[in-house]
Design a protein around this ligand. Structure first.
Ligand code: 3VV
Length: 428
């Protein structure tokens, strides 16, 4: 074949950016997005500093500790042990489930009464109420699993004459490939209960996966992360979020719609960044430090929620300890034992979750509102709508991000409004 003399340089080809080209390597453009983000962020920092100066109060923790009401919150935290001891006592003495439930009900009511009487600082109170909620969930798990073990154990021991609680420990300890597995009722000790209460899980087990030693290097690295990220959160909240909140200084009905949207978007960006850092700080750094210290080897604290294909998928992947607790102690029993449909069981789970979200906010603020409750409960219809409309996974993921970015600041603004009105009414 003879060579073409016109030096051909054309062939049938599509432009890279048209979909027919099949081209999908946008790494360079992604770098540009990072650079633009860094420049936009830098500009925001400068604008903030020029407008407000340095707002961060470094001595705030000291002022905080000097506040006498702060100790009331600390005492409230210590008092949770009363309910833990009662649960343990009732469990060992095999008292009725009703007495356990009354004790747990009191555990949730007690902080409300205490806070009404002593009126501690809302931040210390939030910490206390969070601990009470976590202990509540853990004790439910402890009681549920011990109840299942006890039923199995009574079944296994039918016909045996010995007093079941006086059997020697060794009879209930089996050796399995050099690991000693604890069996019921040997687990009924305060040491076992307190290990569970401090462990980074909400689900009680008689035998957890354990590590053989503490990895000092990763422990030190994570402690440094905690120090750095919590300082960063402290700075961002004071320097970025508080000025935005202060700028919404009047009732929403006195502001134009565009002003409200502008406030909302400004708050949304700051709040979202703080929330992302909070996620890494709590779910990666803190929980891993606790797991390291307690030699607890199940580190599945979160899945790739950032890739969630829809809202239901997000709730499966974000906060694995709570999700596992919900499945194990509410969702599956409701489906298997009470014959509820999946949709009804999901609704119940979100109802309980919504209650706790409201409890965590309304009790420290000493102001009963339902914004947080609604924010969680709307997840159920939102999950259905997004699933129904979601033909392409990408849109479901976008819906997840939008709801994450917008729902929290909307709730914050609504609580702030109520706080404003409360003061407003008191002043006038
Ligand atoms: C302060 C720091 C702050 C706050 C997170 C809240 C939720 C998620 P699915 P399917 P298999 C009660 C919560 C209280 C929260 C209080 C927090 C206190 C903390 C305080 C700390 C501050 C943290 C962060 C948060 O993040 S709070 N999270 O509220 C609630 N929703 C869910 O978990 C799920 O959507 C759920 C359970 C409702 C549905 O889960 O995975 O979508 O359901 O149907 O796919 O399957 C689940 C399991 O059920 C079995 C399946 O086989 C599967 O089991 O594989 O996972 O083991 N299943 C299904 N149908 C079955 C059938 N007919 N029979 C038997 N089994 C069946």
């Amino acid at each position: 074949m003879s060579e073409r003399i016109d030096l051909p340089c054309h062939s049938s080809r599509s432009s890279l950016l048209s979909s027919s080209s099949g081209y999908n390597n946008y790494r360079g453009l992604l770098n540009l997005v990072y650079i633009l983000l860094a420049m936009g962020g830098g500009r925001l920092v400068l604008e903030n500093l020029l407008k407000y100066g340095l707002l961060v109060q470094l001595d705030l923790p000291i002022i905080f500790l000097k506040d006498p009401t702060q100790w009331s919150a600390f005492i409230l935290i210590l008092l949770v042990n009363i309910f833990i001891f009662i649960t343990y006592y009732l469990e060992v003495k095999v008292k009725s489930t009703l007495s356990q439930l009354i004790n747990l009900f009191m555990l949730l009511i007690f902080p409300v009464i205490y806070i009404e009487i002593r009126k501690p600082n809302p931040i210390g109170t939030f910490l206390a109420v969070s601990i009470y909620s976590i202990v509540f969930l853990k004790l439910i798990s402890y009681i549920h699993i011990n109840c299942l073990c006890r039923m199995q154990w009574i079944n296994d021991n039918k016909g045996k004459k010995t007093d079941i609680f006086e059997e020697s420990l060794n009879d209930y300890v089996t050796e399995k490939s050099s690991t000693i597995l604890v069996k019921y009722p040997d687990n009924l000790s305060l040491k076992d209960l307190y290990y569970f209460l401090f462990a980074p899980t909400l689900c009680y087990e008689l035998n957890y996966p354990r590590t053989t030693g503490i990895h000092k290097n990763s422990l030190v690295r994570r402690l440094c992360e905690i120090l750095f990220l919590s300082s960063l959160e402290y700075i961002l909240i004071q320097q970025w979020t508080l000025p935005i909140l202060r700028s919404i200084d009047r009732p929403l009905n006195e502001l134009s719609t565009f002003t409200i949207i502008e406030h909302l978007l400004r708050l949304a960006i700051a709040n979202h960044l703080i929330w992302l850092i909070f996620f890494y700080l709590i779910f990666h750094s803190c929980l891993n430090v606790v797991a390291d210290l307690l030699q607890f080897d199940d580190r599945h604290f979160y899945s790739d929620w950032w890739n969630a294909e829809d809202i239901a998928d997000f709730w499966k992947k974000w906060n694995i300890p709570v999700h596992t607790w919900c499945k194990r102690h509410i969702y599956k029993p409701l489906i298997k034992d009470y014959g509820l449909s999946k949709a009804m069981a999901s609704f119940f789970v979100f109802l309980i979750s919504a209650f706790f979200h409201e409890y965590l906010i309304s009790v420290p603020l000493r102001m009963f509102r339902i914004w947080s409750f609604i924010a969680i409960l709307v997840q159920v219809p939102m999950a259905f709508i997004v699933k129904y409309m979601n033909r392409e996974a990408r849109y479901g993921n976008i819906a997840v991000w939008i709801s994450l970015i917008l729902l929290q600041p909307i709730a914050i603004i609504l609580y702030l409004q109520d706080y404003y009105y409360k003061d407003y009414v008191q002043q006038n």
